[in-house]
Design a protein. Structure first.
Length: 482
């Protein structure tokens, strides 16, 4: 008898803290309806019920789950921990919550003589989520989340993302816990310092990129209530630049309003992780950190750290330069100050001639004053088999390395070291010369590469007024595409 009296006293005390609000989203993996207490009567039965349904039983647990009389709407979707009687944790897991699951859930316990309410949960299954769209390259984006003002001091706020699951930002015990963040979001998130008073729990995400596109959830633990708001972040546009192969240079734009302090470092990287495209610190180039493919081909404005114009000029772009480039500014301590992405597309050079012309030029112009030890190789890679068209090495042409189809039919510029003109003249082209040609120049210090598509027709084509006989190609100024 003493045992049951103690139980009644406990239930009476807990009954004053009922009506817990729990919010989840439809499509979530599960919802946990919390129910905890420390004292257990003899031979107890725990029942979760919804009194607006018939039958009203959602889940029943004695020594184990007893689903006799369970409402079929919940069939196969509810469970409690097997050791619930030992731990005092009678929380109910509801899998795949649906809109129709919204309602009041009552957790009761009985010893067969008397039934007492332990917990009252108001479950709200939501299907509305806020959609936020932002241009990739923006300084920041705000993921909105608002609740009533004057939140309790012990309120905890968690921002998480779904697929892959990551902890984005945590506010707890009156402070922000950055060490709990996933490293992807380190130094990139911010919340209002006065969030408890204003109820504005919005998250500012700096330097959003394509990989940040995801569903984010703001979870608020307020007293015993668990509130959730979901935000879908979509990066809908990436700044793109398109140019023709053969232009003198292309500008990858990047301007920022973020203050860049003394000692800030700016890096341009490509997506291939081959190395750094360009590095600048204290308004000077750090060429020793630059990948050799970009050496002598990149330039930024003077005093870029002061003006905020971090645009990069890339000279003599070829199709090999087609890529996504990321400009990142770091503080002296290594924290990211800003990040922007620009996609560059360099169209492959196409040359078309009519059969019977005397020669055709396969163009390739790169930086002037090339090193003396360069090696230049022209080859045809498609259609197969691969054929070596022309080789220059050790300061002279290497006719022995040519495929016999091209012997005595190719000629290079005689001043290519000083002019950077690596174009190749192919004499007496026929339809069997049609295909994809590549040229690579390399040495200990540089590496360049381009592609030229050659098509030799049976009929004569128009001649470009400034080009070699029979060649038809176009030269357009760079233009931006959004």
């Amino acid at each position: 008898m003493k045992l049951f009296c103690a139980f009644v006293v406990f239930v009476h005390a807990s009954h004053h803290a009922l009506a817990v609000l729990l919010e989840v989203y439809e499509g979530s993996e599960s919802a946990l309806l919390p129910c905890h207490f420390d004292f257990v009567p003899e031979g107890p039965t725990v029942t979760w019920s919804r009194y607006d349904l018939s039958p009203k039983t959602v889940h029943r647990h004695r020594q184990q789950d007893d689903l006799t009389g369970q409402n079929q709407h919940y069939r196969g979707r509810t469970s409690m921990t097997p050791d619930a009687l030992d731990t005092g944790d009678y929380s109910l897991t509801l899998r795949k919550p649906q809109l129709s699951d919204s309602g009041a859930y009552i957790c009761t316990i009985t010893d067969g003589r008397r039934e007492e309410i332990v917990t009252d949960i108001q479950l709200q299954v939501k299907d509305i989520q806020v959609e936020v769209k932002v241009d990739e390259g923006a300084e920041s984006v705000v993921l909105p989340c608002r609740t009533p003002r004057d939140l309790p001091e012990d309120t905890t706020v968690e921002w998480t993302r779904f697929e892959p699951d990551m902890l984005v930002h945590v506010y707890q015990n009156g402070s922000h816990h950055h060490r709990k963040q996933d490293m992807v979001y380190c130094h990139r998130t911010e919340m209002s310092e006065d969030l408890l008073n204003t109820g504005d729990l919005s998250l500012t995400l700096y330097y959003p990129t394509e990989r940040d596109s995801a569903t984010y959830t703001c979870t608020i633990y307020r007293d015993k209530d668990i509130l959730r708001q979901r935000v879908l972040l979509q990066l809908v546009r990436v700044y793109q630049v398109e140019v023709e192969s053969g232009v003198e240079s292309v500008l990858l734009p990047c301007k920022t309003i973020v203050h860049l302090p003394d000692g800030a470092k700016v890096e341009w990287m490509n997506s291939k992780d081959e190395g750094k495209v360009y590095v600048c610190q204290k308004d000077s180039d750090q060429t020793e950190e630059q990948h050799w493919f970009y050496r002598d081909r990149t330039e930024m404005n003077e005093k870029q750290l002061r003006t905020g114009d971090l645009s990069l000029s890339l000279r003599h772009p070829t199709d090999r330069d087609t890529d996504a480039y990321t400009c990142t500014a770091y503080s002296r301590e290594g924290h990211i100050l800003m990040k922007k992405v620009v996609k560059l597309h360099v169209r492959v050079c196409q040359v078309e001639v009519g059969s019977g012309v005397g020669s055709v030029l396969l163009p390739f112009k790169t930086t002037a004053e090339l090193p003396a030890d360069i090696r230049v190789q022209w080859w045809r890679e498609d259609p197969e088999p691969l054929m070596m068209v022309h080789v220059y090495q050790d300061k002279s042409d290497q006719p022995m390395d040519q495929d016999r189809l091209y012997k005595a039919r190719t000629e290079r510029s005689r001043d290519m070291h000083t002019s950077g003109d690596l174009s190749l003249t192919l004499k007496s082209p026929t339809d069997r010369d049609s295909g994809r040609y590549k040229c690579r120049v390399d040495s200990r210090d540089i590496w360049r590469e381009t592609t030229v598509l050659l098509r030799v027709n049976d009929t004569q084509t128009h001649t470009h007024p400034k080009g070699p006989e029979g060649v038809r190609w176009s030269r357009q100024q760079p233009h931006s595409v959004l």
